[in-house]
Design a protein around this ligand. Structure first.
Ligand SMILES: [Zn+2]
Length: 329
């Protein structure tokens, strides 16, 4: 079917206490993996699973705006899955214009690195542009940092080699206080949403972009405080690195501190209805490709490796989709 409006996916999800996965695509194999995963999980659960495919300005630069949007539109037209196409992390008005011209059905304008009032002013401008075409806007409040803001590449490689609980201890020690200070303040949320007119909010609640594995707890108490002030679909960023479930935390030996929670908690009680995943899928693609090549280094047909990579991404996406539907303990 044609692309759908992201509002039609997220408003019902908010009512039903589930989330829709928003997965970043950089090439054809990723787009196919997401749609096939949604088709298979829909069958498995006996209920339709919706899908948001995201293209970042970086991905649009890599593939070209019309190629990136075109692939998603064609893939959507060939399935019964409801697919919305979102521009991920736009920081310039010009990127929003290009996305609207290319037929995107949602936009994230990320003014979080700007001063508060400047973020409001530019987001408001984006909302006016997008709403006149019926396209909803996600805005960002507070700052969701990147792991590279706190650790060098070699330190990250070292952290990746450690047991999860030890890595979390070190990240808490160096980044914990700063991540907390960057979180969205509940008292700002209502003012920001009213002033900008945004439809969805990426409010920083303690996650960090780019953590390599699902080990990091988020601040459920902050999500709940935001929800108490305003009922609006909230968006989780840096989701690749967030602990998936309380059971998961137990298995990895990670003790949740007071006010902390997992991704499942954020969806069930924190109002998170859109969950962005990029890093974990990029890693799955690389792992799948390299493993297939190692198993057969003399193979000259790179499609063999491409399909192994695609399968690996599809399986990872299916895990997320079951979790977002609330079908995992
Ligand atoms: Zn993000």
């Amino acid at each position: 079917m044609p692309l759908v409006n992201e509002k039609d996916l997220l408003l019902p999800a908010l009512e039903e206490g589930r989330a829709v996965g928003a997965f970043n695509a950089n090439n054809m194999e990723m787009v196919q993996a997401f749609i096939w995963a949604a088709e298979e999980v829909s069958k498995e659960l006996g209920e339709p699973v919706d899908l948001i495919i995201q293209v970042s300005p970086g991905a649009a630069k890599y593939a070209g705006w019309s190629m990136a949007a075109g692939m998603v539109k064609i893939a959507a037209s060939e399935t019964d899955i409801r697919v919305a196409l979102n521009l991920d992390h736009a920081t310039e008005i010009d990127q929003v214009k290009k996305a609207l011209e290319a037929g995107f059905t949602a936009v994230l304008f990320d003014g979080s690195s700007l001063p508060f009032e400047e973020n409001i002013r530019l987001t408001r401008q984006v909302v006016e542009m997008c709403h006149s075409r019926g396209v909803p806007v996600e805005a960002e409040l507070g700052k969701i940092p990147r792991i590279e803001d706190y650790f060098s590449q070699s330190e990250i490689a070292y952290l990746r080699s450690l047991p999860a609980a030890e890595a979390v201890r070190i990240i808490r020690e160096r980044a914990g206080k700063s991540v907390e200070e960057l979180m969205a303040k509940p008292e700002d949320v209502e003012y920001f949403v009213k002033k900008t007119g945004c439809d969805f909010l990426a409010a920083a609640f303690g996650s960090i972009h780019g953590i390599w594995d699902d080990i990091w707890p988020i601040r459920l108490d902050r999500l709940i405080a935001i929800q108490e002030r305003m009922r609006i679909p909230l968006v989780s960023h840096g989701s690749s690195g967030i602990l998936m479930t309380p059971k998961d935390a137990e298995r990895k030996g990670i003790k949740l501190l007071k006010g902390e929670g997992t991704l499942l908690d954020a969806i069930k009680t924190g109002g998170v209805t859109k969950v962005n995943v990029a890093t974990a899928l990029s890693i799955a693609f690389i792992d799948g490709f390299i493993e297939a090549w190692r198993a057969n280094p003399s193979e000259k047909d790179f499609r063999k490796f491409g399909s192994a990579a695609r399968d690996r991404v599809k399986e990872k996406v299916k895990e997320y989709m079951r979790l977002f539907a609330g079908k995992v303990e």
